[in-house]
Design a binder for this molecule. Structure first.
Ligand code: NAG
Ligand code: NAG
Ligand code: NAG
Ligand code: NAG
Ligand code: NAG
Ligand code: NAG
Ligand code: NAG
Ligand code: NAG
Ligand code: NAG
Ligand code: NAG
Ligand code: NAG
Length: 673
């Protein structure tokens, strides 16, 4: 195209005087401008490539607003009016190197909601409609790589992608044009200047190779190098036939505190594929009817779809339970069948990975051994686990496996893609665990925040009231049974009682951090884990981040504690051998007694030698971040205040030992029933 268009310009310059060319350009742009801001959809103007494109020797990006139309409801308030809009983003490789896995940022700024974007997918794997008012990243699908003009003899179809965008936007009444703030290329090794406006409805930028960028030259790879991320999923095609292929999915946990339990993995088939069999995992819905009534049923008219694993466009896959690990039909895979548990490497290197295989059937026009397309929009969830956000699959060099027979040979996958998922922090009121604070110098406990783990819209309690301060023993009973205690406590202490009462925290897991002692050379805390759910947690762990106090960490008595200075001063606790179960909530021993949560408790001792000037009562003795099974817990908004204390005590070190021993006895007592 570059050659073509410059050829055209060449002809023009010879055929007409300069002024005529100018006039024609003027007419062209005048037409473009007149088209915009109208209420009707017009046909997109087949604009000639802007001169900037011809001068670009890198990656040329453009964004052109095409048209819009007022949407219902029609409002008087112009800034709240919704408009349906159409625009086109293009990305053209005008450089001399292939651009792999292109990624473009569009800095939307008018509360845009994208409804479709042909030729691209959203990088965070979200589905349409997607709110992109803060900008969004697009990646290519199905064309993720842009070849060079040189290797394709200028074939536009292979060096350029045009993304037709349709969406809704708010405000900006005509003749204003709702343009994005910016557009840029996000690939490593490129830099983009600020984009230039061409007319009111067009934006262009030419991104060039950054000469200062030093690529990590490890190994020459044909495809992109593998990326780091908290969770890495690999989609390897192991065997390929014209109409089907065998794929293996490997999930690797790379985050030191990441974890999954009972994981559910889901993705979207883009080309009508379906899963005929699986090994090492299964889909919750085993159902072939979706195929029978769809195009698959027409093409594979002889196939017995009752034996097919799953025909959903978005299958939900889960690990097999351990008792099927040796099953010759669905098991017998290394790293499979752990009930969906993936642990951090600190706990068990071997359990930080999960593997399963699936046989995938394809539909025309992909009936070719080499026509391989990975599914898109991956997402993975667990029970009380971190929230993972996944990117699009990126083609990487084929994975090499050791030969299963043991000889020194490697087997190479036919094709491999990698999906990287990163942990995101839970939003406010959407955590899955919470923390309460207490201290010997304060009689009241600061409980978990109201609705820390979410509330229902319909709840009649007060969702925004501060949680009521509690007497210490109230932490041991379910929230429902705390109300009377909290009210009585408020009366004694002259605290206000909100009406309606605050909502519960609704967390399945809560953690109490209690300052036990504070003496001249050190201090101790007692941490208690509560499980308010029926299901126990096996191999639980909790990670505590301390800002100032971390260097003083000495010992944890009833847990297995590891200090991890490299990850933000974190102390990692897991159960000792045989105590690695955090039991579920059980009925009280007597009728009408409140239910009893599962508990685990230990004392932790700190010295003050390495942390001079530490002020426990000012908050230095409380964690700044707490994770349970990798999921971040909601912290209270304040620290316990000295004053209104039951008894102000400065305990001697002997007392610490006493508390430790009693705690340990209590623990062992609990677990030897
Ligand atoms: C118009 O809508 C905007 C955005 O929804 C809102 O912030 C503003 O208060 C509204 N103005 C009037 C006068 O209603
Ligand atoms: C945009 O960012 C602001 C501030 O970070 C946030 O409140 C808002 O929800 C974001 N909007 C979207 C659509 O993501
Ligand atoms: C599966 O077989 C292995 C090795 O033979 C054995 O160690 C393991 O206990 C078996 N697992 C089950 C669930 O039977
Ligand atoms: C596996 O998970 C199921 C619930 O999904 C549970 O009933 C079962 O006890 C678990 N098995 C093991 C060995 O953890
Ligand atoms: C504590 O955990 C570490 C790391 O997982 C492990 O190597 C060690 O054996 C454990 N110690 C005890 C006493 O369980
Ligand atoms: C399969 O695809 C390759 C590459 O796309 C092509 O060269 C070949 O002709 C195709 N084979 C068939 C049978 O369509
Ligand atoms: C996984 O999916 C199944 C079936 O849809 C559902 O019952 C289960 O709660 C899901 N598990 C998680 C951790 O979301
Ligand atoms: C995940 O994080 C890594 C660096 O920690 C980053 O390179 C990568 O782009 C991130 N991926 C996604 C999908 O956010
Ligand atoms: C605890 O709360 C439950 C649920 O509201 C109630 O059924 C039970 O009677 C309460 N027990 C006590 C001792 O208050
Ligand atoms: C450490 O803290 C920084 C800043 O708060 C954060 O960006 C980073 O993700 C943290 N690292 C880990 C491993 O949690
Ligand atoms: C616990 O109590 C509830 C109601 O009081 C009863 O339905 C349930 O069967 C009890 N569970 C056990 C394990 O005793």
């Amino acid at each position: 195209m570059r050659t073509k268009s410059s050829g055209m310009r060449f002809a023009w310059q010879h055929a007409w005087p300069f002024s005529v060319t100018c006039f024609m350009l003027f007419v062209l742009f005048y037409r473009v401008e007149v088209c915009h801001g109208q209420d009707d959809y017009g046909d997109p103007v087949p604009a000639a490539p802007p001169p900037e494109q011809d001068n670009c020797n890198g990656i040329f990006l453009s964004y052109t607003f095409i048209s819009r139309k007022k949407e219902f409801p029609h409002l008087k308030n112009a800034s709240a009016q919704a408009w349906a809009f159409k625009s086109i983003a293009t990305i053209l490789n005008a450089g001399e190197e292939e651009l792999q896995a292109w990624k473009m940022f569009i800095g939307f700024q008018h509360k845009e909601i994208l409804v479709s974007a042909s030729g691209a997918v959203l990088v965070d794997s979200s589905d349409f409609p997607a709110a992109v008012g803060n900008g969004t990243y697009l990646a290519g699908y199905p064309m993720a790589d842009l070849k060079t003009s040189i290797e394709t003899a200028g074939d536009l179809d292979q060096i350029q992608v045009k993304v037709d965008i349709i969406g809704t936007q708010f405000g900006v009444k005509p003749p204003g044009v709702p343009m994005p703030k910016t557009i840029k290329l996000e690939n490593d090794g490129y830099k983009c200047p600020a984009p230039r406006r061409r007319g009111p409805s067009s934006m262009l930028v030419c991104c060039t190779k950054d000469p200062k960028y030093k690529a990590k030259k490890l190994k020459k790879t044909k495809f992109l190098p593998r990326q780091d991320g908290d969770l890495s999923l690999t989609y390897d095609v192991l065997q390929a036939y014209p109409s089907n292929y065998l794929a293996q999915v490997t999930i690797d946990n790379n985050h030191p505190l990441g974890r999954l339990d009972h994981w559910n993995l889901t993705w979207e088939w883009m080309r009508g594929e379906f899963i005929s069999t699986m090994r090492g995992a299964y889909t919750h819905k085993k159902d072939g009817t979706g195929c029978i009534y769809g195009p698959a049923g027409v093409y594979y008219s002889d196939l017995d779809f009752s034996q097919v694993m799953n025909c959903d466009k978005k299958p939900v896959m889960t690990d097999l339970p351990p008792y099927l690990a040796n099953d010759t039909k669905v098991g017998k895979l290394p790293y499979c069948c752990r009930n969906g548990t993936i642990l951090p490497k600190v706990m068990d290197e071997n359990k930080a990975r999960s593997i399963f295989q699936l046989e995938v059937y394809k539909l025309p026009p992909d009936l070719n051994r080499t026509a391989l397309y990975p599914p898109q929009k991956w997402s993975i969830v667990g029970v009380v686990n971190p929230h993972y956000k996944c990117g699009p699959p990126i083609r990487v060099d084929p994975t090499e496996f050791p030969d299963p027979s043991g000889i020194q040979a490697t087997i190479t996958a036919i094709a491999s893609w990698q999906v990287v998922c990163n942990i995101t922090r839970p939003k406010v009121k959407q955590a899955r665990c919470c923390v309460s604070f207490s201290a010997y110098y304060s009689a009241s406990v600061i409980p978990c925040n109201t609705c820390a783990c979410g509330c229902m819209e319909s709840d009649t309690c007060n969702q925004n009231a501060r949680a009521m301060l509690l007497p210490a023993e109230a932490l041991l009973v379910p929230f429902a049974n705390r109300t009377e205690k909290a009210k009585a406590w408020a009366k004694i202490k002259h605290y206000p009682i909100p009406n309606p009462l605050p909502c519960p925290d609704n967390c399945g897991v809560s953690i109490n951090w209690n300052i036990d002692t504070d003496y001249r050379s050190g201090w101790t805390a007692r941490v208690t884990l509560f499980n308010w759910d029926d299901t126990p947690f096996e191999d639980w762990y909790t990670a505590i981040q301390m800002k100032k106090a971390f260097p003083g960490f000495e010992k944890v008595y009833s847990f297995n504690g590891t200090s991890l200075p490299d990850i933000n001063n974190t102390i990692f606790f897991q159960g000792l051998k045989g105590l690695n179960f955090l039991m579920g909530e059980t009925n009280g021993t007597k009728m009408n007694e409140p239910r009893v949560p599962g508990k685990q408790q230990s004392v932790i001792s700190f010295s003050k030698k390495h942390t001079p000037g530490i002020d426990i009562q000012r908050g230095d003795g409380f964690p700044s971040r707490v994770l349970f099974n990798g999921e971040e817990c909601a912290l209270p908004l304040e620290f316990p205040r000295p004053g209104n204390a039951g008894h102000q005590s400065r305990v001697h070190f002997l007392a610490v030992i006493f508390i430790t021993v009693t705690t340990f006895l209590l623990m062992t007592d609990r677990f030897h029933i």
